[in-house]
Write a protein that binds this ligand. Structure first.
Ligand SMILES: NC(=O)c1ccc[n+]([C@@H]2O[C@H](COP(=O)([O-])OP(=O)(O)OC[C@H]3O[C@@H](n4cnc5c(N)ncnc54)[C@H](O)[C@@H]3O)[C@@H](O)[C@H]2O)c1
Ligand SMILES: [Zn+2]
Ligand SMILES: [Zn+2]
Length: 359
């Protein structure tokens, strides 16, 4: 059969076309894509800035995938999965035997592979999930009634969950989330779901501040016009935030984070900085005298994805409203533009869609 797919053909060249369905190797499973999320990683791929895509011409991006099992050789599917079933595809595949993989951190595996990153991904009618990923459990079953557009957010939610586990976000915390794009919104919603008492959120974009309030932030701040430190002081009786999460690739936020954290606080540097300029000036005395724990996380493991899917399945986090735009595959380039537009939230490509674009 042949399928529609969007391929990366070089910087700023995402080409929509037809290509044959690749044959299945033993144990491989073919997924019919229902929805594929587009995120900042795809923007970097599009711009030719993603290291894994240097030799990736002809590769299909798309690592946030929900779809139906379309074809599986006999015996390939683990228990609980059947042809026709709706699944979320956990994208990262560690080598399985290095120290990081053995320690359960396959996101840190030096040989890690990613569907939509080093392997063909979900911006297509169908995607092949390799046998080794199927065996590991990367196909995560979803409720038959689950919304596949919302389910693509399980991937960034898994990253966010990993970050909040590492930063120890827990009941009673006061959490500041700086940056309220789709990722910051997930941080706000997850912190609330974990029992954080007060979540403050900051973003210069008015649309995103509105969304942050909807996600559960009690205080929303425009950092360009208001005094964020004063807002944190007011919300915490002068104590400072228990947890500060930076969810934007902005240098100043990282320096600010250690200032805004209270005694014994945790700082999660979730948004990376541009590769060419990864340094900031940091008041390390703030870390020293307040005994801060400053940490970061990158991507997610299969276990993070399974736990994120569980939270969504239990209805503990409402994701559907965060999907602002669904576009047909042919509009992939426009979808990448939308991702960079603060008026949009989550942008999803749908092979079957005629498209629904927010006004
Ligand atoms: N660690 C991980 O596993 C992981 C996973 C996914 C994304 N990320 C990173 O998370 C970050 C956020 O991702 P996203 O998709 O939501 O990005 P995004 O660009 O959609 O959102 C960033 C938001 O930050 C806001 N912002 C800019 N300057 C600000 C400031 N000074 N104070 C407060 N807000 C400010 C912008 O207005 C925007 O709304 C990115 O840096 C991304 O690379 C990390
Ligand atoms: Zn992503
Ligand atoms: Zn490994």
């Amino acid at each position: 059969m042949s399928m529609h797919a969007v391929t990366y053909e070089g910087p700023r060249e995402l080409v929509y076309g037809e290509r044959p369905d690749p044959p299945l190797a033993p144990g491989d499973v073919r997924i019919a894509v229902e929805s594929a999320g587009v995120c900042g990683t795809d923007v970097r791929i599009f711009k030719g800035e993603h290291a894994a895509y240097a030799g990736g011409r002809g590769r299909v991006p798309g690592h946030e995938i929900a779809g139906r099992i379309a074809e599986a050789p006999p015996g390939a599917l683990p228990a609980g999965l059947a042809v026709g079933g709706l699944v979320f595809v956990a994208p990262n595949i560690g080598c399985g035997h290095c120290p990081q993989c053995r320690g359960g951190n396959e996101n840190l595996c030096p040989a890690t592979e990613g569907i939509g990153i080093t392997l063909d991904g979900g911006f297509a009618d169908r995607v092949v999930v390799p046998a080794r990923a199927v065996r590991k459990g990367n196909l995560i079953p979803l409720d038959a009634a689950a919304d596949p557009d919302a389910a693509v957010l399980i991937e960034p939610l898994a990253c966010v969950l990993r970050g909040q586990e590492k930063a120890g976000v827990r009941a009673g915390d006061t959490v500041l989330v700086a940056g309220c794009g789709p990722v910051g919104l997930l941080h706000v919603a997850l912190a609330r779901a974990r029992g954080a008492e007060t979540v403050l959120a900051s973003d210069p974009s008015p649309q995103r501040r509105l969304a942050a309030a909807r996600a559960g932030a009690a205080v929303v701040v425009d950092p360009a016009a208001e005094d964020l430190a004063a807002a944190v002081a007011e919300a915490t009786g002068g104590a400072g935030a228990g947890v500060v999460i930076t969810a934007a690739p902005v240098h100043a936020l990282q320096s600010e984070a250690v200032r805004l954290a209270g005694v014994g606080g945790r700082v999660l540097l979730f948004g990376g900085l541009p590769r060419g300029r990864p340094t900031v000036e940091l008041d390390t005395n703030a870390i020293h005298y307040k005994e801060l724990v400053v940490t970061g996380t990158t991507a997610s493991t299969l276990q993070d994805c399974r736990r994120a899917a569980e939270l969504v399945g239990q209805g503990r986090i409402d994701l559907a409203w965060m999907v602002s735009d669904t576009l047909p595959l042919a509009d992939a380039a426009r979808a990448v533009d939308k991702v960079q537009d603060a008026a949009a939230l989550k942008v999803v490509l749908k092979p079957s869609a005629n498209g629904r674009v927010a006004p």
